[in-house]
Design a binder for this molecule. Sequence first.
Ligand SMILES: [Zn+2]
Length: 183
Amino acid sequence: MFFYISSGCATSKSNISDRLSDNQQIVTEVGYVTKKSDCDTLVITCIDYRFVSGNQGFINETLGLKDDYDHISIPGSILNLLNPETRDLVLSKFSLSVRLHLVKRIVIISHKDCGEYGGSASFASELAEHEILCADLRKARYLFLEKYPTLKVSLFLESSVPEGNETKVHFEKILLVVPFQQV
Ligand SMILES: [Zn+2]
């Protein structure tokens, strides 16, 4: 299953240092529904700025989760969860969302050309990158289900695809088990 989200560059960055300076007070109003204290989903993504806009559109509109999810961004998405040395720390942060907001599902989004993996160039081929990232997503799902067997865990792999003057973010839904391969 594939989804395409268009994402463009920010059109005006010239005043960003002014907007972030200490001597200004910025008031922003954001409306959201406050009927409940929990939320449906925990979404885990990498921090990579290239995918932020695409992720928001995908989560809010395509998945229909607007105002109904916790969002944790860490470099490499679930890579630090897979590392036994950092697993407990990362899992404890993820678990806060499960305990405090009673999420029912987890959506994990990894992306190609991730700096935490060393970028696409660190893989032997495009196919190797795809297979390793998919395998890592499935391992992360297994680790979550070990701790929270009733949660639903969905997996997506995203990549940025240049098309003319804009870049599209391509989301691929990853099968939960390795598909049967004919020989
Ligand atoms: Zn990344």
